[in-house]
Design a protein around this ligand. Structure first.
Ligand SMILES: NC(=O)c1ccc[n+]([C@@H]2O[C@H](COP(=O)([O-])OP(=O)(O)OC[C@H]3O[C@@H](n4cnc5c(N)ncnc54)[C@H](O)[C@@H]3O)[C@@H](O)[C@H]2O)c1
Length: 339
């Protein structure tokens, strides 16, 4: 069963709820603004406390993807899918059904991996749809490249080189591991944490000079930059006063617990590169190839550093938060396309 939920009165993404009793699949696909092109966004797979929590998450993530695609200069809008993990799900059959649903959408939604979705899940989807991007390693490398460019922008604003910076990377999954390696290659000193400590230790072993800290401490470590690369909502009103870093720049989607947190960071003088910019490497790589036909996406990925710099400079000049500046820039491009 695939049911189109009514568009919320407050606006925001259109959602399709998918329930497949045979496989146990429960999923929601959200389609946000498609002015610039098809709705694009990865598949997030996790246990949610309730269906309402999953709906709120997928809507917020799809909205963020709209901003991400617009800021990156892509011919694409925002979308997202979440799979609600629960007991008794036949994972292979569930992702096969999700692949069929994506195919039935006929290219209006294009997807790839995200938190909790494995390469095996994506491979199963790809047997049923042409609209899934399965090159997880390539996408993670693209995210890491874009994140590095944004960290270079932070360093330039601060007037310091990237070489020798200490960076606390939260999350040692696909993105965190690749980002930590790329930052270390650029001369940064890495502190790494994951709720799965063994995973953090394994990743750290492959990165010269990296050390592991606890998941509880990572955001308040005595470092130059904090790079959230795990779940969203981690930069909270409680965490900000204890932070010792001078910049937050990571690839986790929706890292701020709420929009007001951007003001908390600004009040403490902490630079913040909004994650719709810092995490955009993957969508640029995927959509740059599949929708825009760009043989080489690296110039567009490298431009994320310029965008980060512009946003940080405009925020400083106007007294607005980088989040507000980024949002305004993203929406201005969409408004211009509608005219
Ligand atoms: N995969 C992509 O192409 C992509 C692209 C752009 C952005 N992102 C974002 O990057 C983030 C990570 O995605 P991923 O693909 O690496 O996911 P993943 O599932 O491969 O890895 C996530 C890791 O974070 C760890 N983790 C979860 N909660 C944590 C916490 N509180 N503290 C420390 N570690 C924690 C998990 O144990 C896991 O190792 C997500 O926010 C995702 O939306 C992913």
């Amino acid at each position: 069963m695939a049911e189109l939920l009514p568009k919320p009165a407050s606006g925001g993404p259109r959602c399709i709820f998918v329930a497949d009793p045979r496989s146990g699949l429960r999923a929601i696909v959200a389609l946000d603004d498609t002015t610039l092109g098809p709705a694009v966004g990865g598949v997030r797979t996790m246990r949610y406390p309730s269906a309402d929590a999953a709906l709120a998450d997928v809507r917020a993530l799809a909205r963020a993807m709209t901003r991400k695609c617009s800021l990156a200069g892509l011919d694409a809008g925002g979308g997202k899918a979440v799979v609600l993990l629960g007991d008794g799900v036949d994972r292979k059959a569930a992702f096969a059904r999700l692949g069929q649903v994506v195919e039935e959408l006929g290219g209006t939604f294009r997807t790839a991996g995200d938190l909790g979705t494995t390469a095996a899940d994506l491979a199963v989807m790809a047997e049923h749809t042409q609209y899934v991007h399965t090159d997880e390693r390539g996408l993670a490398a693209a995210v890491a490249r874009g994140l590095l460019r944004c960290i270079e922008a932070c360093a330039a604003v601060r007037g310091v080189p990237v070489e020798g910076l200490s960076v606390a990377v939260q999350g040692a999954g696909a993105i965190g591991a690749r980002a930590a390696a790329a930052l270390a290659d650029a001369g940064a000193r890495i502190v790494l944490a994951d709720v799965d400590t063994r995973r953090a230790e394994e990743v750290a072993r492959g990165i010269p000079g990296a050390r592991v800290t606890s998941a509880e401490r990572i955001l308040v470590e005595d470092v130059d930059i904090v790079a959230p690369c795990a779940v969203g909502g981690v930069i909270t009103a409680e965490v900000v006063p204890s932070m010792r870093a001078w910049a937050v720049c990571g690839a986790a989607n929706n890292a701020l617990a709420s929009p007001e947190i951007a003001s908390h960071l600004a009040a403490r003088g902490i630079l913040h590169v909004p994650d719709p910019i810092a995490s955009a490497g993957a969508v640029i790589d995927g959509i740059g190839l599949s929708v825009m036909g760009l043989p080489d996406r690296t110039p567009l990925i490298d431009r994320l550093g310029d965008t980060a710099r512009l946003v940080l400079d405009e925020a400083k000049a106007t007294g607005r938060t980088p989040m507000d500046v980024a949002e305004a820039r993203a929406l201005a491009r969409i408004a211009a396309a509608r005219r």
